[in-house]
Write a protein that binds this ligand. Structure first.
Ligand code: SF4
Length: 269
């Protein structure tokens, strides 16, 4: 076996691994695209947080400022919290796993504290780690476009991740990191009480549903998380690399909006 065929095998192996990671069932035979570039920030949404950090002198206060609520002053050691702000303040210095020592910023979540729809991704990337807000890189811009097509903005939904700190080089979360961190997400769900949860990508879907079923087999049907309807779609980062899955994602979003409409109609009827 010469060096050329070895490197070709490596390339194919990486291409397959990437597609499996994104949950695709059909193998796409195009050459492996170059990794997406991280653009410079185009939206200054981090500035509110940065400004809060300057004014309050701490990450806890700056994260809490995202929610625009008053400081309740409750004991952060309590297992349950009265508000997202209070919860965020209690956990934003977490070092329960190693990622707490390598992160730049803790990334709690952003959006409406009583959102009807809650999107859950995998973990912060480089741009999110820098700015302390989820989905602000290219994938985040695509998520914003998907939301706009649904007639929504990120202020009307809630967006967060399974992990609150960035894994180095955007590697997959390790099981012990998920184990340490996922309770924070459970508490966010309890506080927000969304009507629908939408898992973005394989890692979020499999960890929330505690399954190893491939993402492709989890899509197009309803699941339940603690009594809340839950659905699964592709991660926007996957759509940046494999644009042919945008239509499937749009069908997933239509399924989501139809279910939300049904729930509202049932409530008002
Ligand atoms: S990833 Fe989660 S458990 Fe690990 S340090 Fe960050 S907040 Fe804590």
């Amino acid at each position: 076996m010469d060096a050329h065929s070895d490197s070709l095998k490596d390339l194919l192996r990486r291409a397959l691994r990437t597609q499996i990671d994104y949950g695709f069932e059909e193998v796409i035979l195009d050459p492996l695209p170059a990794p997406p570039e991280r653009p410079a920030p185009v939206m200054d949404s981090g500035s509110a947080q940065d400004e809060a950090q300057r004014q309050t002198g701490g990450e806890a206060d700056s994260q809490a400022a995202l929610f625009g609520e008053a400081d309740t002053g409750n004991d952060p050691g309590e297992p349950e919290y009265e508000s997202l702000k209070e919860h965020c303040r209690a956990i934003c210095d977490c070092t329960n796993c190693g990622l707490g020592h390598t992160r730049t910023k803790f990334v709690y979540g952003v959006g409406h504290p009583n959102a009807e729809i809650m999107f859950v991704g995998e973990a912060p990337g480089a741009e999110e780690d820098k700015r302390g807000e989820p989905f602000v890189g290219r994938a985040g811009q695509l998520l914003d476009k998907i939301l706009a097509a649904m007639g929504l903005s990120r202020d009307q939904v809630y967006i967060t991740n399974i992990l609150k700190c960035r894994p180095p080089n955007n590697r997959d979360p390790l099981p012990d990191e998920v184990e340490q961190c996922i309770g924070y997400l459970y508490e966010q769900i309890r506080l927000i009480r969304p009507k629908i949860i939408c898992a973005l990508g394989r890692v979020a879907a499999q960890n929330l549903l505690e399954t190893t079923t491939p993402l492709g087999k989890l899509r197009k049907r309803w699941h339940e998380f603690g009594g809340t309807p839950m659905m699964v779609t592709y991660h926007p980062a996957a759509l940046l690399r494999f644009q042919q899955y945008k239509r499937d994602t749009w069908e997933d979003m239509q399924m989501l909006m139809a279910r939300l409409d049904e729930m509202k109609a049932a409530q008002s009827g």
